[in-house]
Design a binder for this molecule. Structure first.
Ligand code: UDP
Length: 362
């Protein structure tokens, strides 16, 4: 079986790492051989947003590396189509909800290759988010829909998609389990940043809705007031957020002038796991980090108005607060219920995906 994996953005590298490992294990065990060919769209291209993940997570080298960093899905899909049109694949494997995901879906449709969508069925019900459009369009073109949660399955049912929908758990949970032990052994980020266990906050900001001057100013003013209790905030800065800050001299001076907020470059996945495990609390607008907070048993405050990962909220690990400083402060100060979440599987989601794809139903 020949699989074309199309990835291009940081969270996709982490998800694909878990599945590539499962493919390698499957081949070693002598099942029907799977040949995986990776196409990297180049959506994320900085060393610490891309190559570092291939190195640390031992993701196979891409067969094709495109240069589609600032492209919308339609032109990106044309690049993909032109690149692989003379190849034969049994399936295109897509992850999540980025422009690379939708571009891959459009290219696969054009080339008439069946699509497998990992992280199918997630919905924020916020149609202003590009990610929501990307996921819906990809799900409606997919032949196999691999859902991480029961809510995702229900979302698909509500849209009339019931065929070939598989509740497999979350490949990000697989990745968290695979790499948490390695992170503990290898990462020295706590020493490098002079951080003490459970004595700092971790923050990340990169969503389009938050990376405008108005919302960023609100978020940084909230972070500054939180840090007045003497607890430092570590913030690995996404390139998109950095660009907005760099373009506003006043904001730049405030953000970089506050010594309580430690702004650092984006970190590798092993360092990120250590930060997530060791933080007292995480403030984020990331989808993946909301879940990783739970995987590593750290409470989370989400700087958005809604989430796709509703089970983290229902179980009391995650509070949805938006960008209002008072709401953020009061969420941090009030207790978290911290109940068990039964979604996300048991670390064998990637293996299940491979078994289903190998069962010959295409
Ligand atoms: N991540 C990382 N280094 C960082 C920030 C995030 O390795 O400096 C990882 C994080 O652990 C998670 C993924 O990147 O696995 C989340 O990506 P991001 O927040 O960019 O995207 P989203 O999950 O919102 O789609």
């Amino acid at each position: 079986m020949r699989i074309l994996t199309i990835i291009g953005a940081r969270p996709q590298f982490i998800k694909a790492a878990a599945v590539s490992r499962a493919i390698s294990t499957h081949n070693k065990l002598g099942g029907n051989r799977i040949d995986e060919f990776i196409l990297h769209t180049g959506q994320h291209y900085d060393h610490n947003m891309s190559q570092i993940f291939f190195d640390d997570l031992e993701i196979p080298k891409p067969a094709w590396l495109l240069n589609c960093s600032a492209m919308m899905p339609e032109p990106m899909s044309k690049e993909i189509t032109d690149t692989v049109k003379n190849e034969k694949f049994d399936c295109v494997l897509l992850y999540g909800d980025t422009y690379s995901t939708l571009a891959g879906a459009l290219a696969a449709e054009n080339l008439q290759i069946p699509i497998a969508h990992v992280e199918a069925g997630l919905r924020s019900f916020n149609n202003a988010m590009p990610e929501e459009h990307n996921r819906i369009e990809t799900d409606h073109r997919a032949k196999w829909l691999f859902c991480p949660t029961t809510t995702a399955v229900e979302n698909l049912t509500n849209e009339g998609i019931t065929r070939n929908v598989h509740l497999v758990g979350d490949v990000m949970y697989d990745a968290a389990l695979i790499f948490a032990g390695i992170a503990t052994k290898k990462s020295d980020i706590l020493t490098r940043l002079n951080l003490r266990h459970k004595d700092f906050y971790l923050a990340t900001i990169h969503r389009a809705e938050n990376t405008n001057t108005e919302n960023l100013t609100r978020i940084f003013s909230a972070l500054s007031s939180i840090a007045t209790d003497g607890t430092p905030i570590v913030l690995p800065l996404h390139p998109r957020t950095r660009n907005v800050i760099d373009s506003d001299a006043c904001m730049k001076a405030k953000v970089f002038g506050n010594s309580a907020i430690k702004i650092i470059e984006p970190v590798n996945y092993l360092d990120m796991i250590m930060l997530e495990k060791s933080a007292r609390l995480i403030l984020t607008d990331s989808g993946g980090i909301q879940k990783e907070a739970y995987f590593h048993q750290t409470p989370c405050v989400t700087l958005r108005e809604e989430t796709e990962w509703v089970e983290t909220v229902n179980a009391g690990w995650n509070k949805i607060v938006g960008t209002d400083a008072e709401k953020i402060k009061s969420a941090i100060e009030s207790p978290f219920a911290k109940q068990l979440i039964t979604d996300y599987g048991s670390g064998d989601s990637a293996q299940k995906i491979i078994e289903i794809l190998c069962s010959g139903n295409y």
